[in-house]
Design a binder for this molecule. Structure first.
Ligand code: SGN
Ligand code: CA
Length: 541
């Protein structure tokens, strides 16, 4: 164990106080130095398909990949509810949405919930949060925070802190990192462990990259996903009625960056324009933007008259990927800055670094963007963790872990007993190669935000390593079953296939038991339907 920055304090105290005290101090220093620092890095809507540690078809992310190279890559990590603020509430409380009450993006987070940062702060950790929270209120349990209001903005964003609001000029991903590094370098006591939440807005819609990367990425073309033209055969009505299709629901203006002028010239109408997002750019930033996006508009004007649904889908997909991945390139650079700092300061060995997203995202699979469904791309979330003192470098873990597990993992790492109401499990046994104690065989999922943007119907379900059972219970009463091993793309719903009759029976029984285990019920389903009805019409936080 290295004493790093504690060494001078230790030596001084020992010289000054003599032998008996010497032992006590040594013991104390040992305990303090053993407690790891924790850096929780989370981006917003970052699908695992866009991290080269998982797949290098779309982008190279060498810095994020470093976390897996120096630590562990989870191939089967998922969320309990694939939407922003609810996912964050699950992470902070270690409780499912139906227990912590934050079921959607509309209601405020109930700050009577106890969160793991509050517990760590009480246990002597320094705590700080920078970036996107999206709760509609300020976080508790942090010595310092600077968060974006609501979704936040890419250019010249506003930040909220206890001292008030500030607009910081520049690009949100760089600024969030500057704030994070500034806290680590200048406002932290090096003699105490810290827990830092470093939370990117990117790559959330409407995908505005920084100049360097929109210049680079608008020149690229990307491979088409196999299910881009999915017709949802065998799927139920939820997939068919969802409004997240690239062709029909992705905005040519807001998302694909056509100007209102181009739209008018082509006689096209659209539901949205970039209003505030582009409006926040300075004249210089806007001129640089127009230099690149102007020719894209001109080119589209020439092509549009000959386009059909299929060529327009491909054009929109390419435009989507160029901007979405462009924002990720900045996240990757900035993650590299934080990892470099840890290396330079010799903090890396005893610092747990987590990289994850608040959920996965469709990058054209099933013809979609957005998330919400329990289907693979939005249910699965990237997860990479390094902790050189404890995790063997370059390992891969395929156990089913969830965002529900973070709170207990961090408390366990800090040697603090987790409250009994927390519903996850510490990942420490998996991280430290003691897999024998891990026996989870099914995980639970429940999505609520309906009716709402993207029109994804309410559903709950369970997944085992082999199968996934989903119940769409509101508006309709439909079940779907997927064979995860034989049909990883989930295009073949086998709920009515006689060959799966036994599996359906067993999975329904397991779902019942799992709902009971996590204390979810029809009564709660109805309670949240009622609460949601009261919330509809409220603006998203
Ligand atoms: C915005 C987006 C949606 C997105 C939600 C929730 N529309 O409303 O596409 O699903 O956020 O995202 S936009 O036109 O405003 O971009 S979440 O990550 O916060 O849950
Ligand atoms: Ca999100």
């Amino acid at each position: 164990m290295k004493l790093t920055k504690l060494a001078p304090l230790f030596i001084f105290t020992v010289l000054a106080t003599g032998c008996k005290v010497k032992n006590e101090v040594a013991q104390k220093v040992q305990t303090i130095t053993e407690r790891p620092n924790i850096i929780f890095i989370m981006s917003d809507d970052h699908g695992y398909q866009a991290i080269s540690a998982y797949s290098d078809k779309l982008i190279q992310t060498p810095n994020i990949d470093r976390i897996a190279k120096e630590g562990m890559l989870f191939t089967n990590a998922s969320v309990t509810n694939s939407i922003c603020a609810p996912s964050r509430a699950v992470i902070l409380t270690g409780k499912h949405s139906h227990i912590n009450g934050k079921i959607d993006n509309l209601s405020e987070f109930d700050t009577n919930n106890v969160t793991f940062p509050q517990i760590l702060q009480k246990a002597g950790y320094q705590t700080a949060m920078f970036g996107k929270l999206h709760f509609g209120n300020n976080p508790k349990g942090f010595d310092e925070f600077m968060i974006l209001p609501g979704q936040g903005e890419y250019y010249n964003p506003k930040f909220i802190s206890e001292k008030g609001d500030t607009i910081i000029r520049g690009y949100v991903t760089d600024i969030t990192t500057d704030l994070t590094l500034d806290w680590m370098k200048n406002r932290r006591d090096p003699n105490k462990p810290f827990m830092l939440m470093y939370l990117h807005k990117a790559p959330h819609r409407a995908w505005l990259p920084t100049q360097k990367y929109y210049t680079e990425y608008t020149k690229k073309t990307f491979p088409l996903p196999e299910t881009l033209f999915d017709g949802y055969k065998t799927r139920g009505s939820a997939a068919k009625t969802a409004e997240m299709g690239i062709l029909k629901h992705m905005s040519l203006v807001n998302d694909n960056k056509l100007t209102p002028k181009t739209m008018k010239e082509l006689g096209l109408t659209d539901w949205n324009d970039l209003g505030e997002s582009l409006g926040r750019m300075s004249a210089e930033q806007r001129a640089q933007w127009d230099e690149v996006y102007g020719p894209i508009n001109e080119d589209f004007k020439k092509r549009y008259p000959t386009m059909n649904d299929s060529t327009l889908t491909v054009w929109k997909y390419q435009r989507y990927m160029q901007d979405y991945l462009g924002t990720i390139a900045s996240v990757d650079d900035n993650v590299g800055r934080v990892l470099d700092y840890l290396d330079e300061e010799k903090l890396a060995d005893n610092t747990i670094v987590v990289y994850t997203s608040d959920q996965g995202f469709y990058l054209g699979e099933h013809g979609w963007f957005d998330k919400r469904f329990m289907y693979n791309e939005s249910f699965k979330t990237p997860l990479l963790i390094k902790w050189p003192n404890k995790i063997t470098a370059g390992t891969t873990e395929d156990e089913m872990v969830q965002n529900l597990d973070f709170a207990q993992t961090f408390l366990d790492a800090a040697g603090v007993v987790a409250p009994a109401e927390m519903q996850g499990e510490s990942l420490i046994p998996l991280l430290t190669g003691k897999k024998e104690t891990w026996n989870r065989d099914a995980i639970y999922y429940h999505y609520y935000e309906y009716p709402a943007e993207h029109a994804v119907k309410r559903h709950y379900g369970i997944a085992t390593k082999e199968f996934k059972l989903i119940h769409f219970y509101y508006d309709v009463n439909e079940w779907e079953l997927y064979d995860r091993k034989k049909d990883p793309q989930e295009i073949n719903n086998v709920i009515n296939d006689p060959a799966y009759a036994t599996v359906v029976r067993e999975m329904k029984q397991k779902l019942k038991e799992t709902r009971k285990k996590y204390k979810d019920s029809e009564t709660l389903d109805n309670h949240y339907i009622q609460i949601y009805k009261d919330n509809v019409g409220r603006k998203e936080l």
